[in-house]
Design a binder for this molecule. Structure first.
Ligand code: ATP
Ligand code: K
Ligand code: MG
Length: 659
């Protein structure tokens, strides 16, 4: 299978595939290098990606975006409330997690955020498979570095529901850094410090990364999770909404479609202002038959988004401070993400660092490419150059347990903010029975919104008293894994035993090496591993049985979509046949049918056409096939005569040439 990297953006998703000849970005069914991150529901089928975007304005309430923002959250999370300004759909609670209520196949249906993302990934999978002509299973997914354990696990669940195998999650800016570092050479002993700034549609991330030959290390990362192009669009749309109240006496807030059309045109205007000093905004009949028009210039835009621009340097300052790299030691500043195209943003960042900015990376594709490389390096069939990368832990993690008598500690901050990722730590508890250990984020206030600070509970089974009746030492391996997941890797009992250890002797030169004396040893106390204990994992990830049910549901919806698409194809084929045959019977096929046949066929074609616009408008696949076959029973005969005559003509010409 292909080695695929996916950068799920809040606006657009980019997919890259690593093959033997290099890394390519996948184009979708309409030849775009990115796909709108939208899922929509209709009376018969779903619309995902490009088709969702196309129907968005006519189906706003059933078109859902912000997939990565709502994932892994609950309905009451203030972050979900914040999304309401961007998603007109209806949010609901589904067993403690957020979902949406939509009209689908003529009914009200609810889907969790995890399911929505799974639907999207399943479409991305289909697009990729069609393009590379290979099955896709293993994928590396990019995630915002600020994603918590619950959000990461929800994404992995979504991958599984889409029948994908997410082999690893990589933080977005780290993935960009990988695509920067992998194909560059650095001199022996040289370190280069590069700052990566990604401002996209919904979020802003910055990482300071140290590069050496064959490796990179993320020194620090900082974020503003409410800073992206959509905040610009929102501010501008609110401005125009106010202006239209005054100027045209209309309030676009009262009309979802009108508001959405202003939003779309505002985004267009914003992009134009990145390259031009002024830009127009014109919308015909936006509501109540009113046409609106306006203009905005770049400095007005900058004034309108000033509260945002004022926040721009904060993450930069945090990242630099935490990296412990001085401003002089920064070698370059790389910008990625769509919103870094805004001139005021570029200017502010350049002024902050006091140096020109670099645009070495493809700012829309670097993250997906980095992920594809990582996927390839996990693949047993592809050979890629070895590349080492280390990330940094965002939120401090504390493990806790029920203390036994004589134990004064009941919790320990095991993975502090800034700790290396991946990493393993071993703690020792003395236990002679089954016990639990739990993990949670240490500081709730540092988390993005009110995602669950609880990470997991691991039940460690099988510890028994020693022969002397004491509780054995249980060594527990705690881990932040390569996807940033917090887990208990393994646990085993250990006892301290006196063991004989060889003593290193410094031999004098010239001494006989084949000494007959036995090697000297000394007695030392050492931990000796005894029994491996079994662990029951309890995290926020979906239970296996629940997941199986969701996989089945997703497969059913894929089937339904396919059936609808096939039916549509059959209908189009029938329609085409009618028009094609109606024309040809008068010219090309005219000499190959009797008048009686012709008039019969004409009547059949007319009847079929009438049927198509009447009850056949919404018929079944087999009805379209049957209708087609009926027409073709006569049409096909006539066509056959024509083709035979053509063949005879060609044969005759051939014979003539040979004579
Ligand atoms: P995120 O990373 O936040 O999840 P994303 O990856 O989908 O989102 P990008 O594709 O990096 O986001 O950027 C999309 C944003 O960039 C949109 O808000 C878009 O309006 C904005 N954008 C694109 N081109 C320009 C431009 N020329 N000028 C200003 N903004 C632009
Ligand atoms: K993107
Ligand atoms: Mg992005």
């Amino acid at each position: 299978s292909g080695s695929v990297g996916i950068d799920i953006g809040n606006a657009n998703t980019v997919v890259a595939v690593a093959r033997n000849r290099g890394i390519d970005v996948i184009v979708n069914e309409v030849s775009n290098r990115s796909t709108p991150s939208l899922v929509a529901f209709g009376p018969k089928n779903r619309f995902i990606g490009e088709s969702a975007k196309t129907q968005e304005i006519t189906n706003l309430k059933n078109t859902i975006g912000s997939l990565k923002r709502i994932l892994g959250r609950s309905l009451s999370d203030p972050e979900v409330q914040y999304e309401k300004r961007f998603i007109p759909g209806e949010f609901v609670d589904i067993n403690g997690t957020v979902g949406v209520k939509v009209s689908y196949q003529g009914e009200k249906s609810t889907f969790t955020a995890t399911q929505l993302l799974a639907m999207y990934l399943s479409k991305i999978k289909a697009i990729t498979q069609a393009e590379i002509q290979m099955p896709v299973t293993d994928v590396v997914l990019a995630v915002p570095g600020w994603y918590t354990d619950a959000q990461r696990r929800a994404l992995i669940d979504a991958g599984h529901i889409a029948s994908l195998n997410p082999v690893r999650l990589v933080n977005e800016t780290t993935a960009a850094a990988i695509s920067y570092g992998v194909f560059r050479t650095f001199k022996e002993g040289q370190t280069k410090n590069v700052v990566f700034v990604d401002i996209g549609h919904s979020s802003y991330s910055v990482s300071v990364v140290a590069f050496k030959q064959g490796e990179l290390k993320v020194l620090s990362s900082a974020y503003d999770t409410h800073f992206g192009g959509r905040e610009f669009d929102h501010a501008l749309t609110e401005f125009f909404a106010e202006q239209f109240k005054e100027k045209y006496k209309i309030d676009v807030h009262e009309n979802l479609k009108a508001y959405s059309r202003v939003l779309t045109q505002t985004e267009r205007l914003k992009k134009i202002l990145s390259a031009n000093a002024t830009a127009p905004l014109n919308i015909e009949s936006v509501m109540n038959d009113v046409d609106v028009s306006s203009v905005l210039n770049r400095s007005e835009l900058e004034e309108l988004v000033k509260p945002l621009l004022d926040r721009l340097v904060t993450p930069l300052e945090t990242a630099i401070k935490e990296s412990k790299v001085s401003m002089e030691e920064i070698d370059s500043v790389e910008l990625i993400g769509g919103t870094t195209r805004v001139p005021a943003i570029k200017d502010t960042i350049a002024a902050f660092f006091g140096k020109p900015l670099s645009f070495t990376l493809n700012q829309d594709e670097a993250i997906a490419r980095g992920c594809a490389f990582v996927c390839a390096s996990h693949s047993p069939t592809l050979r890629v150059r070895p590349y080492k990368f280390e990330d940094v832990n965002q939120y401090s993690v504390t493990f806790q347990w029920e203390p036994v008598e004589g134990e004064d500690l009941s919790e320990l901050e095991v993975f502090p903010h800034g700790n290396v990722v991946p990493s393993t730590k071993i703690i020792t508890l003395f236990r002679d029975d089954t016990f639990d250990i739990e993990a949670r984020y240490t500081n709730i206030e540092t988390l993005p919104g009110s995602v669950n600070p609880w990470i997991g509970k691991w039940t460690i089974k099988g510890a028994k008293p020693t022969e002397k009746g004491d509780a054995p030492a249980v060594k527990i391996r705690l881990r932040t894994d390569h996807s940033g997941l917090i887990t208990v890797d393994s646990a085993y009992t250990a006892v301290e035993e006196i063991v004989e250890e060889p003593v290193e002797e410094s031999k004098k030169e010239g001494e006989d090496k084949e000494s007959s004396e036995p090697p000297k040893t000394r007695s030392v106390k050492k931990w000796v591993r005894k029994d491996t204990l079994s662990i029951i994992h309890g995290t926020t990830a979906l239970d296996h049985s629940v997941k199986l049910g969701l996989i089945e549901k997703e497969n059913q919806m894929v089937e339904d979509d396919k059936h609808v698409a096939d039916t549509e194809d059959r209908k189009n084929a029938l329609e085409e046949y009618i028009y094609d045959m109606r024309g040809k019977i008068e010219d090309r096929y005219a000499d190959f049918a009797s008048d009686e046949e012709k008039s019969k066929l004409r009547t059949m074609l007319d009847d079929a056409e009438e049927w198509l616009y009447d009850e056949g408008e919404d018929a079944t696949k087999s009805q379209y096939i049957a209708k087609y076959d009926e027409l073709n029973s006569l049409g096909g005969v006539i066509k056959g005569r024509y083709l035979q005559a053509e063949q005879e003509k060609r044969d005759a010409e051939q014979r003539k040439r040979e004579e």
